[in-house]
Design a protein around this ligand. Structure first.
Ligand SMILES: CC(=O)N[C@H]1[C@@H](OP(=O)(O)OP(=O)(O)OC[C@H]2O[C@@H](n3ccc(=O)[nH]c3=O)[C@H](O)[C@@H]2O)O[C@H](CO)[C@@H](O)[C@@H]1O[C@H](C)C(=O)N[C@@H](C)C(=O)N[C@@H](CCC(=O)O)C(=O)O
Ligand SMILES: Nc1ncnc2c1ncn2[C@@H]1O[C@H](COP(=O)(O)OP(=O)(O)OP(=O)(O)O)[C@@H](O)[C@H]1O
Length: 456
């Protein structure tokens, strides 16, 4: 369809979102993901995979093409959300029923927070056009044993990197986007690194100014699909994320139910996506999260065992905006992630060390009371951020209330005096929360080596 010169983004007049085409140039490593609304201009997202030119046999090249289409379909969510039109069209290739089912789940659940905040009901609205497929078996590719480990600049992925190192697994640390903070953490690992470039179609920002629907998207799903393409281009057999058990639990909102900001970090996404990749993209490519059986507190304990990254890492998402200025400090100190990570690390490291990392004591600052109340689900719901469960925050605060160096701090004292007496003391123990449990996709032989390290 030729774009009409006079086309304007009018959100409520748009009827269809189109997946126009996708391509990957093996000589340059540049992928182009092309979308459009109705007969509007093409929206081109670019992803640059380092290591080109890529040479490979036909079977691997076909797997790359399947992975690229999966990425095209997943990454479309950034643009689809701008108008959430009633129709989805895929112009360049056919989508089978299994792919449509995966996509419908990612779009519906991954846009859960977006829909809730915008007062939209997307149930039944998101339908990918699907054709029946004969269910052809996809081949093993003979990928070499090596892990591409996704890192995000925070504590979680660094825990995975060190666990894999300890288990003797060959790894490359990989990240998407231009964050200098992540680059510094990657360099600090001393391991081979892979930085994948990603640029959103610039028109999206213009549409945002013109009244597009806007809100959170499941960015981990997009990063996962990008890393699957990268793994196949480089011929390696594992894509490793660092999503913990706690990520599977969302915010419970009165009158609405559960809305999970971090849905694509949760188990439902991981199991569905991982199974799809091995059944429909490459039989010997394994996607898993190494931290899936761990709570946030267990990850924090693990991170605290080494000081190697103290001066480099940050979990504060304010470091990762695409537009605008970077924060002066690695830790803003006022967002839910700063609140939670400070609290989660406190039981496991010395107070001076923690204050050295954050440059201040968040638990002795009454201004942060509202933020901590939300983490405890006390008179508020869990924030829309990647933070642990309320029972983890309560247990951590209870542990600090028993320690002389913490118990006089304003928010610890308030917890002990006002909130703890309303809670069941049996539910305030830290130890049970440190035990690894629940489903995961970690290869058995690897879990045997890292599980003990994690306290299994
Ligand atoms: C850095 C951040 O937290 N961004 C969220 C913020 O966006 P904001 O407008 O303040 O800044 P930008 O990130 O620069 O985004 C500019 C616009 O582009 C849209 N966009 C961005 C990335 C993308 O992949 N697709 C996009 O469409 C974005 O919507 C803006 O209009 O608020 C937004 C609305 O709530 C969030 O969507 C932004 O979150 C980013 C997608 C992001 O990368 N966030 C991660 C730091 C993040 O939230 N990670 C999660 C993982 C959970 C998951 O996978 O769902 C976490 O740590 O909680
Ligand atoms: N820019 C990125 N590129 C590739 N993978 C990423 C990126 N950001 C995050 N990830 C992956 O997604 C996971 C979830 O992100 P998240 O920000 O919660 O984790 P983190 O940065 O490792 O730790 P923390 O929870 O302390 O911030 C990460 O552990 C990492 O595996």
């Amino acid at each position: 369809m030729k774009p009409e010169k006079s086309w304007r983004f009018e959100r409520d007049a748009i009827r269809s979102f189109r997946f126009v085409r996708c391509s990957l140039d093996h000589d340059t490593g540049e992928a182009r993901l092309v979308y459009a609304f109705d007969d509007g201009p093409e929206l081109v997202e670019t992803v640059r995979f380092p290591g080109a030119p890529f040479a490979m046999d036909a079977a691997r090249a076909q797997a790359v093409e399947r992975a690229l289409r999966l990425l095209h379909l997943v990454a479309g969510i950034s643009y689809y959300k701008a108008a959430v039109p009633e129709r989805i069209e895929v112009d360049g290739y056919l989508v089978d029923e299994a792919t449509a089912a995966l996509l419908e789940s990612i779009y519906l659940n991954g846009l859960g927070e977006f829909a809730y905040r915008n007062g939209l009901d997307l149930a039944g609205r998101i339908r990918f056009p699907a054709v029946e497929s004969p269910g052809t078996r996809i081949p093993m590719l003979g990928l070499r044993s090596h892990a591409l480990v996704a890192i995000g600049g925070g504590k979680d992925s660094l825990v995975s990197v060190e666990a894999l190192r300890g288990a003797g697994v060959g790894q490359t640390v990989a990240w998407v986007g231009g964050s200098q903070l992540i680059a510094a953490c990657a360099a600090r690992t001393g391991l081979p690194v892979m930085n994948i470039g990603r640029e959103l179609a610039p028109e999206l920002f213009e549409y945002n100014r013109q009244g597009a629907w806007n809100g959170h998207i499941p960015v981990t799903a997009v990063n996962s699909a990008i890393l699957v393409v990268a793994a196949l281009l480089h011929g390696v057999d594992q894509v490793v994320f660092s999503n913990e058990r706690s990520a599977s639990y969302g915010s419970v909102i009165e009158g609405t139910g559960e809305v999970n900001h971090q849905w694509s970090k949760g188990w439902d996404f991981e199991s569905m996506f991982g199974e799809y990749v091995s059944a429909h993209v490459a039989a010997d490519l394994h996607y898993y999260s190494l931290l899936r059986p761990l709570s946030e507190l267990a990850v924090a304990r693990q991170f605290a065992r080494s000081q190697h990254y103290d001066a480099h890492f940050s979990s504060c998402n304010r470091n990762f905006h695409l537009l605008g200025e970077r924060p002066v400090s690695r830790w803003c100190g006022v967002c839910p992630k700063c609140h939670f990570v400070f609290l989660a690390l406190a039981p496991f490291m010395s107070k001076p060390r923690l204050m050295g990392i954050f440059g201040r004591n968040l638990l002795d600052d009454p201004e942060q009371q509202g933020g901590y109340d939300a983490l405890l689900e006390y008179r508020d719901h869990k924030p829309f951020e990647c933070v642990g469960e309320a029972r983890e925050s309560r247990a951590a605060l209870a542990a600090l209330a028993a320690r002389p160096e913490w118990r006089e701090d304003a928010l610890v004292r308030r917890f002990a005096e006002e909130i703890a007496p309303q809670l069941d003391p049996a539910e305030l123990a830290v130890e049970p929360l440190l035990v690894p449990e629940g489903p995961h996709r970690i290869p058995d032989a690897l879990w045997e080596r890292v599980g003990a390290r994690f306290g299994a």
